[in-house]
Design a protein around this ligand. Structure first.
Ligand SMILES: [Zn+2]
Ligand SMILES: [Zn+2]
Length: 142
C-alpha cells in the first residue's frame, strides 16, 4: 500500500517537475503509518523523529502536496484545527464528532452515500467530493 502511494506521489511530483526526495519519501511514510487523524504539528514531530534534518517548511510543503495528490485528506472537525488522514487505499468514510471530548467515530453507510448521489443527480450536480460530519455527544459524554 505504501508502495502504491509512493508511485502516486512520484507521478504527481513529476508533473510538477519535482522529485520524490528521500525527505519527501520519509514524510509520506510517516503520514501513511500515522494512526487516524493527525495534525500538521504531529506530522512534523513524527517526521523529525524519523529524520532530524527534516525542516518544518519541508513538512508543511510536503503535506500540501500530499493533500493535493489526494493521498491524504484534510478534515476540519469544527474546532478550526485542520487534521489529516490517509485517503489512498482506504474506503471512503464519514465522521461522528463529539463536541465535548473530541472523540471521532468513523462510519461507512451505503444507503446514505446512495441518497447523496440521488440528491445530486436530481439537481444535475456533479459531486467531486463530500465530507459528512455529525456533531454531538458520544456515549461517554452524552
Ligand atoms: Zn465525548
Ligand atoms: Zn476519518
Amino acid at each position: 500500500m505504501l508502495k502504491e502511494a509512493e508511485k502516486t506521489f512520484s507521478d504527481f511530483l513529476e508533473k510538477k517537475d519535482l522529485k520524490l526526495t528521500s525527505q519527501r519519501r520519509t514524510i509520506l511514510r510517516v503520514a501513511f503509518e500515522a494512526e487516524g487523524h493527525f495534525s500538521a504539528e504531529a506530522l512534523l514531530s513524527l517526521s523529525k523523529k524519523a529524520d532530524s534534518t527534516i525542516s518544518k517548511a519541508t513538512v508543511y510543503r510536503t503535506l500540501a502536496l500530499l493533500k493535493e495528490s489526494q493521498i491524504l485528506e484534510e478534515q476540519d472537525f469544527g474546532d478550526g484545527k485542520k487534521v489529516y488522514e490517509r485517503a489512498q487505499g482506504r474506503k471512503h468514510h464519514d465522521h461522528l464528532i463529539c463536541i465535548r471530548c473530541g472523540k471521532i467515530i468513523e462510519f461507512e453507510n451505503e444507503p446514505i452515500e446512495r441518497l447523496q448521489n440521488a440528491e445530486a443527480q436530481k439537481h444535475r450536480f456533479k459531486i467531486v467530493y463530500h465530507s459528512l460530519k455529525l456533531f454531538g455527544f458520544c456515549n461517554s459524554c452524552g
